[in-house]
Design a protein around this ligand. Structure first.
Ligand code: BDR
Ligand code: CA
Length: 305
């Protein structure tokens, strides 16, 4: 039976690819998408999520906008790696908008309705929505079957500061709340996503898939304002389909949420070496078979309209 899935995101080019992968995967039942301020404003990320789902023919998947800035900051920490519009300048038709329901309420209801362990959460933007849902109802995230997070840089350099990855830096306190929630947590940070590159010939070939989504995916990737675009947000969704492609280490983790040079830093200690009073135990992913990951994405994009 397909796995019920809710994706919290901030599209974002690699978020868009993650949504397309989920839409092309019969193993997954995407019940909804919530959005947060991150790469761009929450209004824009919600709008972009609608456009991407409609592109994939998934008008049935509702989009709910959520938090507009981090818990401790008056404004969102955005970036322009994905272009001013968050989709690398690729113009997708706008058919509908987000529902009027707030993402935090949607996450809460999705986890409370039905038995515990039914729903999987994938969070690929700053963790503000998930953290506020957990603060509103302590213990809520433990009702998820698993919480898969793209964020952090455990054993490697950051990408937004020397020690922090963008999603964790954008709302470090939220990251700490989610990591400390006691949920079954799987962390796909830069340790693994930096291995998930996209060579130009692979990107070009997406244009030959014979559908409308393939050439759009190619153009989205070409819109990245980075020399070496990476499939960050695709990794957790891909794990749900093909976990054998990934390797992880059990670690105890904490996020430095205080303002300063190391804000958003993910401190990780392998469990065998960690003191029991340090942080929370999670799976930290450290390797991926990148050829096979790209092939999986290519095949699933080919299933889309
Ligand atoms: C993360 O930051 C965003 O720019 C991407 O969408 C991804 O979620 C990578 O650090
Ligand atoms: Ca993202």
């Amino acid at each position: 039976m397909a796995q019920d899935l809710l994706i919290d995101c901030d599209p974002g080019i690699d978020d868009a690819l993650a949504l397309l992968l989920a839409c092309g995967a019969p193993e997954l039942n995407l019940i909804g998408v919530t959005t947060v301020a991150g790469n761009r404003s929450v209004e824009m990320t919600a709008d972009n999520a609608c456009r991407v789902l409609d592109l994939a023919g998934r008008h049935d998947v509702p989009v709910h906008a959520g938090c507009s800035h981090a818990i401790t900051m008056p404004q969102a920490r955005t970036n322009t790696v994905h272009g001013e519009d968050g989709l690398g300048g690729v113009e997708l038709p706008r058919g509908r908008g987000a529902t009027g329901q707030h993402a935090v309420d949607v996450i809460e209801q999705a986890l409370l309705n039905g038995p515990a362990g039914r729903l999987t959460l994938v969070a690929i933007g700053p963790l503000t929505n998930l953290a506020l849902a957990e603060i509103k109802r302590p213990g809520l995230l433990k009702r998820a079957q698993r919480v898969l997070v793209m964020g952090g840089a455990a054993f490697c350099d950051g990408n937004i500061t020397p020690s922090a990855e963008f999603n964790f830096h954008a709302d470090a306190l939220a990251a700490q709340v989610v990591l400390g929630s006691g949920a079954d947590l799987l962390l796909f940070g830069l340790d693994v996503t930096r291995q998930a590159g996209m060579p130009a010939d692979w990107v070009d070939a997406l244009g030959d898939l014979g559908n409308r989504c393939g050439p759009v995916a190619r153009d989205l990737i070409r819109g990245f304002r980075r020399d070496k675009p990476l499939l960050h947000d695709t990794c957790p969704v891909a794990w749900l389909i093909a976990p054998q492609l990934f390797g992880a280490e059990r670690c105890r983790v904490e996020v430095d949420w205080r303002p300063g040079l190391t804000e958003g830093h993910l401190a990780a200690k392998r469990v065998a070496l960690a003191r029991a009073d340090f942080g929370s135990p999670v799976e930290v992913f450290t390797s991926v078979q990148s050829d096979a990951l790209r092939e999986l994405l290519r095949q699933r994009l080919a299933r889309l309209p």
